[in-house]
Design a protein. Structure first.
Ligand SMILES: NC(=O)c1ccc[n+]([C@@H]2O[C@H](COP(=O)([O-])OP(=O)(O)OC[C@H]3O[C@@H](n4cnc5c(N)ncnc54)[C@H](OP(=O)(O)O)[C@@H]3O)[C@@H](O)[C@H]2O)c1
Length: 291
């Protein structure tokens, strides 16, 4: 049994809390900015009602074994306000966010050796506070280290699949390749079928190629054929499916521009790899977000 605090009960935090609940092993603390009347997640195995203590103020928190961070990348600073209460000498932190800068993002507050970056792949949508639809089991990738193994063991007995990888850099950059072309949906306000708009497939492929080139320069082992596979996956996706960046734009929320296309551009500049399409995507998204 572990004491686990989940910070951010949106789509990913709720899915993760439901998986931890499914194990029947843990004591959960659900950290939100508003009171949560209850939490129900419609999973592939039916509805899971999460039984956890809802904390709405960092001052209510006491040290736990694990802090699971499931806020958006741009909310790092407000997320960190929870750490003083939740983190004791032995507390470990798992960052379930997109991008490739999990450690850098939280390094001002959490020691690197107790911080675990997690890549999570899970089609999930928050319907309202306390209600989340999870369309498939979560797949997570973590480093093959003692910390990664401890994290994976938290989910034994749940539907979540946690893979231990000796090459997390590659896993993270491959996920960023998938996210790179997702910007086209947010720019055009079109769901996954944006890829079928004439001319769009070639642009999407070039965006992914840029990301793959930057990733390789950063040490990721991304195969030559991977970008084409990403585009094949995009073409096979449910035409009306909405990625999280488009969902954020449609809901008038901030988008994770900097952690995704912005990161590709920043790493590209640092490593001498040109990224004109991702730079344009980031600039266009920033413009519509500021409008
Ligand atoms: N959704 C997906 O299918 C998916 C798939 C893979 C990866 N991801 C990644 O997973 C991460 C989380 O995404 P998401 O889709 O779960 O986002 P989300 O649905 O927007 O959920 C984020 C939650 O964090 C809460 N939050 C923000 N700051 C907080 C704070 N200081 N204290 C407590 N709660 C706080 C927000 O609450 P408020 O309501 O108060 O703003 C919101 O409920 C992102 O990096 C995303 O890219 C998402």
């Amino acid at each position: 049994m572990a004491k686990i605090a989940v910070i951010g009960l949106g789509a990913i935090g709720s899915v993760t809390a439901a998986a931890l609940e499914q194990t029947g092993q843990h004591q959960l603390f659900l950290c939100t900015r508003r009171p949560l009347a209850g939490l129900q997640v419609e999973t592939p195995a039916g509805v899971i009602t999460v039984q956890g203590s809802n904390l709405t103020e960092p001052s209510q928190a006491a040290p736990v074994d694990w802090v699971v961070i499931a806020t958006k990348a741009y909310d790092a600073e407000s997320t960190a306000t929870w750490f003083a209460g939740l983190c004791g000498a032995q507390t470990r932190g798992a960052v379930l966010q997109n991008g490739v800068e999990h450690r850098e993002r939280f390094s001002p507050w959490l020691a690197a050796e107790r911080l675990l970056p997690v890549i999570i792949d899970c089609p999930a949508e928050k319907r309202s506070d306390g209600s989340v639809l999870q369309r498939a089991w979560a797949r997570m990738a973590v480093e093959q280290t003692p910390l990664g193994q401890q994290f994976a063991s938290l989910f034994h007995g749940s539907g979540a699949i946690t893979e231990l990888t000796s090459d997390f850099t590659t896993a993270a950059w491959k996920k960023l390749c998938l996210n790179a072309q997702g910007a086209l949906s947010a720019i055009t306000k079109l769901p996954n079928r944006v890829i079928a708009v004439p001319g769009m497939e070639a642009i999407a492929l070039d965006m992914v190629q840029e990301c793959a080139a930057v990733g390789r320069a950063a040490g990721a082992a991304i195969e030559e054929e991977f970008p084409a596979q990403v585009i094949a996956g995009a073409k096979a996706a449910a035409p009306e499916g909405v990625n999280s960046m488009l969902a954020d734009r449609l809901a008038g929320r901030q988008m994770e521009i900097d952690a995704r296309n912005g990161a590709i551009v920043r790493f590209g500049q640092r490593l001498g790899v040109p990224t004109p399409l991702n730079a344009m995507a980031a600039a266009l998204l920033q413009a519509v977000q500021n409008a």
